[in-house]
Ligand binder design. Structure first.
Ligand SMILES: C[S@@+](CC[C@H](N)C(=O)[O-])C[C@H]1O[C@@H](n2cnc3c(N)ncnc32)[C@H](O)[C@@H]1O
Length: 279
């Protein structure tokens, strides 16, 4: 085995080529401080492909034969941190304020929610649990969730709905019992989201940087949390505007707790911190 192969170092030249490409096509900022991170993440790809150095890797990525490699590259480049019930005030707002209000306005409601930048599915499945609990108590109410991300690996994980058991520690016990199946393997305890809940979520690859979004639906609520923090402000504004085109009039838009729309030209009014309503 060639040990040095696994420790290929990324020169400034190749870093520039890759970081420019990633930032222009996928929006993710790649300042020079990110070089070591990018190098570390891509070394896994070099190892997998048996490619000795980054110059050869760059040539491969942008060649005809390397067409699919960009998909794998984005799998390792994207930051996918997420959790069930992450930033729980949003789910409390949904359960206690928004759902009762939206459901009051009509006798039959089909609520459409988009989890944009869904990572491995914890966010859309938390939404599905909250919405399904509401559905049980309110006949006539139903919902549909679209979950999108750039990472095919994360989308696959989401569609499988299989997680380490410790990942659902935060889920209340009665909901764990209702919505997750436990594996029998004591050494590696895993859980799987039950099929009826998995069926409520459709996972689809979508790049925020696409000029228009190929989605034939308009949504009542869009969650776009902790995905645009890695984007330049100008791109954040463009993405939020494109997402808002898919939001129904008076629909709701939620950002992560550290994100804001201050000084952006977007068709949203703030109703609570990080919660907005379309104008
Ligand atoms: C940190 S995760 C946030 C997950 C979840 N929304 C949450 O708050 O827990 C951000 C996600 O945005 C996705 N992302 C980054 N750039 C993207 C792009 N250009 N198009 C679509 N998704 C992207 C990443 O792949 C990642 O899974």
């Amino acid at each position: 085995m060639n040990i040095s192969m696994h420790l290929a170092s990324l020169s400034d030249k190749e870093f520039k080529i890759l970081s420019n490409y990633i930032q222009i096509n996928y929006g993710i900022k790649m300042p020079p401080q990110k070089k070591i991170v990018l190098q570390g993440r891509l070394q896994k790809r070099l190892k997998k492909l048996d490619i000795p150095d980054f110059k050869t890797y760059c040539d491969f990525v942008f060649s005809k034969e390397g067409g699919n490699e960009i998909i794998h590259m984005m799998d390792v480049v994207s930051t996918n941190k997420t959790d069930f019930y992450r930033e729980p005030t949003h789910f409390e707002f949904l359960e206690k304020e928004l759902l009762p209000m939206l459901n009051n306005n009509s006798s039959r409601t089909m609520l459409k929610i988009w989890s944009a930048g869904c990572s491995s599915g914890e966010e859309p499945y938390t939404l599905a649990i909250v919405l399904n609990e509401f559905k049980i108590k309110h006949p006539g109410f139903d919902f549909h969730i679209l979950a999108t991300d750039i990472s095919t690996q994360m989308l696959q994980n989401g569609a499988n709905g299989i997680y380490k058991e410790e990942r659902i520690d935060i889920v209340p016990l009665n909901l764990k019992k209702k919505y997750f199946l436990k594996s029998k393997d004591q050494n590696n305890p895993m859980v799987r989201v039950v099929k009826p809940l998995r069926d409520k979520v459709v996972f689809k690859r979508l790049n925020f940087m696409d000029s228009t979004y190929q989605i034939n639906d308009n949504f009542d609520i869009i969650f776009c949390r902790n995905a645009l923090i890695y984007f330049e402000r100008e791109n954040q504004e463009k993405v939020i505007n494109k997402l808002c085109q898919k939001l129904k009039p008076e629909g709701y838009f939620l950002l992560g707790h550290s994100e804001s729309i201050t000084n952006m030209k977007v068709p949203l009014n703030s109703i609570k911190p990080t919660i907005f309503k379309k104008k």
